[in-house]
Design a protein around this ligand. Structure first.
Ligand code: PGA
Length: 249
């Protein structure tokens, strides 16, 4: 059985006290034991979040990292720095990074390599924009995002990869892909993985859906055969909503 994962992407929200309070609140909840839970806090809260969650099952992830080992990259953070404070998971390729910070597939391939060199777990995000879907290009676009950023990897490296399909038109818009649209794309992704690698790899990779997942729709999305969890933005800032989503499996 594939690993089921619900990860919260806090984006650029919450100050230190609010972060601590939300984690306290989450730690008072009872989560479905079968689901692996992660929260991606802003960089400045990561170290505190790691120590706060030391005795809980909540994993702490970074929302981004730089591809270089170290050097003159003002404002940036490397994989080894994250590892040194106990952060072993990183989100890469989020559509906001692609759109606002001009991250390309080629750059993301470098970031993926840097994360893997540090044996980090990667939640790799990708997904089409509305124009792609309207033009019927969404399957090809997703195939090219995966091909360009990830298909140089060997089979073993995929032990560290979780995929997160996030149609850009559904992120923070309140508009969710229908369960059927999510399932159809997730099945497509497995077919592409099987073509590039083999069916065993395609069947073992967890593929999360992201984009306006809420307590009210999580259940029907997670019920889809090829959906193994979610990457949750807005709803991850509320402990009750996030818990309800984790427990929607
Ligand atoms: P959303 O964000 O749940 O607020 O739509 C999802 C994401 O960006 O990962």
């Amino acid at each position: 059985m594939r690993k089921q994962i619900v990860a919260g992407n806090w984006k650029m929200n919450l100050d230190a006290a609010q972060s601590q309070a939300l984690i306290d609140n989450l730690q008072s909840k009872t989560f479905n034991d079968d689901v692996h839970v992660a929260i991606a806090t802003p960089y400045v809260h990561l170290a505190a979040a790691v120590s706060q969650t030391a005795h809980s099952a909540i994993d702490v992830a970074a929302q981004n990292m730089h591809q270089a080992v170290s050097g003159a990259y003002t404002g940036e953070v490397s994989a080894s720095m994250l590892k040194s404070i106990g952060v072993t998971t990183v989100i890469l390729g989020h559509s906001e990074r692609r759109a606002y910070f001009h991250e390309t597939d080629a750059l993301l391939a470098e970031k993926v390599n840097a994360a893997l060199e540090n044996d980090m777990q990667i939640i790799f995000c990708f997904g089409e924009e509305l124009e792609d879907r309207k033009a019927g290009n969404h399957f090809d676009l997703v195939t090219s995002q995966l091909t360009n950023a990830l298909f140089h990897l060997d089979v073993t490296s995929w032990n560290n990869i979780v995929l997160a399909y996030e149609p850009v038109w559904a992120i923070g818009t309140g508009e969710t892909a229908s369960p059927e649209q999510a399932q159809e794309m997730h099945a497509h992704i497995r077919t592409v993985l099987a073509g590039q690698y083999d069916d065993a790899l395609a069947q073992r990779i967890s593929i999360l859906y992201g984009g306006s997942v809420k307590p009210s729709n999580a259940n029907e999305i997670f019920a889809q055969q090829d959906v193994d969890g979610g990457l949750i933005g807005g709803a991850s800032l509320n402990a009750d909503d996030f818990t309800a989503i984790v427990n929607a499996f």
